[in-house]
Design a protein around this ligand. Structure first.
Ligand code: PLP
Length: 378
């Protein structure tokens, strides 16, 4: 049995999600835009999913725009909203699906301020707010960083930026299902989310667009999503997303306690069994399931491979760059040297793990880390 400790890269798809998706693939194949019964059935399943996603977020169903995932949600928002001459305040620790469109926009004359994090990977709300100027149209801040799990002060930023008339977006892809996110309380204008980070399938996600705000369509086509996102909907994927959200809503309190206990067991176990560790972050300001840890003197990618051969999946640097040995930009932005960043692994827990699996993983680390250390950071 493999031990999967990379739930921030993607999560195992929940059985309930698979069942709902299989059912809709078999029995709901109609095109949701068709007016006859098959279409109406598919449309009803989609709308039920929209309501489930909205409910988890504390939003109204009319505020949920379906996408193919968080990358599309982030691109839709940034490329649709920002024009030459506008200014955007963001952070140095965003996901590439925010960083890359902003680089493109910068080359076209959009001003971009990237606020750096502190040594624990968190930006200060004051630094973000101080960067707002007269041409600032948008503030975009990741809710929880994918590599470190570092939580950003999104609620404080949203309240204060909104009172200054600036629009606020958060990429909450890692937070949804692992944090209480209640958009009836937090005055965000836009939020991005993705099904595969909370037990749903890949290729389904959503952009929350608060009532009264607008974002032009990014994909043009057949007028789906009230003309805001062309393309026949991924009905099965979105139905799966809806079920994953309903499970998250029902289980959230248990999940928070369970993930924190497994993650803390992992950290305590590693601390006792392996010396020379450093937590890259502040446990009190970190997502409950994430532990980014430096194993001093280790070549991270070598340890990842050694663990993989023994049945444990973890990631070095950003998951999206697995296989690359470029030091993590997030860790270097936190002030880590390239060597320290390279010696760091991201361990993230989630559904399907238990104490025995954590203990087994710890025992493997205890066996493998000294061996990898002997080989040096080369
Ligand atoms: C914070 C964050 N934003 C965006 C994405 C991209 O999501 P998707 O895979 O749905 O495009 C990810 C996934 O790695 C992520 O962790």
């Amino acid at each position: 049995m493999r031990i999967y400790l990379d739930h921030n890269a993607t999560t195992p798809v929940r059985d309930e999600v698979v069942d709902a998706m299989a059912d809709v693939l078999r029995n709901g194949f109609g095109n949701p835009s068709s007016v006859y019964e098959e279409g109406a059935y598919a449309r009803a399943r989609l709308e039920a999913a929209r309501a489930q996603i909205a409910s988890l977020l504390g939003a109204d169903a009319s505020e949920i725009r379906f996408t193919s995932g968080a990358t599309e949600a982030n691109n839709t928002l940034l490329l649709g909203l920002l024009e030459p001459g506008d200014h955007v305040v963001t952070t140095a620790i965003e996901h590439p699906s925010v960083l890359a469109p902003l680089e493109l926009l910068e080359a076209k004359g959009v001003g971009v301020t990237r606020v750096p994090p502190d040594a624990d990977g968190c930006v200060a709300a004051g630094d973000v707010l101080d960067a707002i100027g007269p041409s600032t149209k948008l503030v975009s801040v990741i809710w929880a960083n994918n590599e470190t799990g570092a939580l950003q002060p999104v609620e404080a930023i949203a309240e204060r930026a909104r009172s200054r008339g600036v629009l606020v977006h958060s990429d909450a892809t890692q937070g949804v299902g692992k944090l209480v996110i209640d958009l009836s309380r937090v005055p965000l204008d836009y939020l991005s989310t993705s099904a595969h980070k909370l037990g749903g399938p890949k290729g389904a996600g959503a952009l929350f667009v608060r009532d009264g705000r607008d974002v032009p369509a990014y994909l043009l086509g057949g007028g789906q999503e009230k003309g805001k996102r062309g393309g026949t909907e991924n009905v099965a994927g979105l139905v799966g997303f809806g079920v994953a959200c309903a499970l998250a809503e029902a289980e959230l309190d248990d999940r928070l306690a369970r993930y924190a206990s497994l993650r803390d067991r992992l950290w305590q176990g590693l601390r006792e069994a392996v010396g020379g560790l450093r937590w890259n972050g502040d446990p009190k300001r970190t997502l409950v399931n994430t532990l980014n840890v430096e194993f001093e003197g280790v070549a991270g990618e070598v340890l990842v491979q050694a663990l993989d051969l023994e049945g444990v999946a973890v990631s070095a640097g950003a998951a999206c760059h697995s296989g690359s040995i470029d030091p993590s930009k997030v860790l270097t932005a936190m002030g880590r040297s390239p060597e320290e960043a390279r010696a760091s692994l991201r361990l993230s827990v989630g559904h399907g793990l238990d104490e025995a699996a954590i203990d087994e993983a710890v025992a493997l680390f205890a066996r493998l880390v000294p061996r990898v250390r002997e080989r040096g950071n080369a």
